[in-house]
Design a protein around this ligand. Structure first.
Ligand code: NDP
Length: 261
């Protein structure tokens, strides 16, 4: 399509689409013409995002309220999405939480929550879309993992384990669906300028660093020497949905300013 709206006629679900990286992804896909359902726990935030995207891009949108850790709630949310907008062609598993704690302070609650939100939530949502994608012989699944899905960082054992799991799920499902017109990829951001990175900076400030020091501490692992912008992550997701990326599957695409080659 020559008007740059090559995703017109497709429906994308973006989990955690109310704010941060997910909101940027929802915007980018809508700009390309896709209808968009944003999914998360904060109904007001999601409704506001859905309304502003519909107004800005002239696409159909929907706000789906659920916690991705709750399998039954996820089933209901996807039923609502299908009833409102039809079958899902693109799924972006972006909802996530991080926890910066030493291994010795990693309680069973923290461990379970990291795995439940980041990994099992991705599994729940993916289960909801694969059968229809297989029937349609087309689908795009993009999991927002992290550089923490490709290497270890201290004080993040549970988050790293969960994100490595997301990468494993991505690679395995990509093999299973490669001949079915479905691609499954992970996008792995480095520290990105959202509430999540903000809280990592706040933790360092509470531990006695200045704001500048804290920012330098988290960006020094990235050769680009700055936080990633949410729109830069969204741009990789949009590319993975483009016709030219049909042969790209099972990959981890780093958007991390040169970290993790
Ligand atoms: P934010 O904290 O800004 O946003 C997280 C989003 O996930 C929110 O929309 C939140 O909505 C949603 N979410 C969290 N828990 C749940 C849940 N249980 N059920 C449904 N939705 C949930 O983070 P980012 O935008 O920065 O992060 C997006 C993704 O990118 C995450 O997977 C994160 O791990 C990953 N990432 C982020 C990096 C960063 O530096 N920012 C670096 C690498 C990866 P709500 O709380 O309202 O439900």
């Amino acid at each position: 399509m020559s008007d740059g709206r090559h995703l017109a006629g497709n429906l994308a679900v973006v989990t955690g689409g109310g704010r941060g990286i997910g909101a940027a992804i929802a915007e980018a896909l809508a700009e390309l013409g896709a209808g968009v359902a944003v999914l998360g726990r904060d109904a007001d935030e999601l409704r506001g995002r859905a309304a502003s995207i519909a107004e800005a891009h002239g696409v159909r949108t929907h706000a789906a309220v659920c916690d991705v850790t709750d399998e039954v709630a996820v089933q209901h949310a996807f039923s609502d999405i299908r009833a409102a907008l039809g079958e899902v062609h693109i799924l972006v598993n972006n909802a996530g939480q991080s926890a910066g704690v030493a291994f010795g302070d990693t309680t069973r609650e923290v461990w379970d929550r990291m795995l439940a939100v980041n990994l099992t939530g991705t599994f729940h949502c993916t289960q909801q879309v694969v059968p229809a994608m297989q029937a349609a012989k087309w689908g795009r699944i993009i999991n927002i993992a992290s550089t923490a899905g490709q290497k270890g960082y201290s004080h993040t054992a549970a988050y790293c384990a969960a994100k490595h799991g997301v990468v494993g799920l991505t690679r395995a499902l990509a093999m299973e669906t490669a001949r079915q017109g479905i691609t499954v990829n992970a996008v792995c951001p480095g520290y990105t300028d959202t509430d999540m990175a903000r809280s990592a900076i706040d933790n360092l400030v509470r531990a006695g660093r200045t704001e500048d020091d804290a920012l330098r501490a988290i960006t020094r692992v990235m050769p680009i020497d700055r936080l990633i912008r949410p729109e830069e992550v969204a741009s990789a997701v949009a590319w993975l949905c483009a016709p030219g990326a049909a042969a790209v599957t099972g990959q981890c695409i780093g958007v991390a300013g040169g970290e993790v080659m």
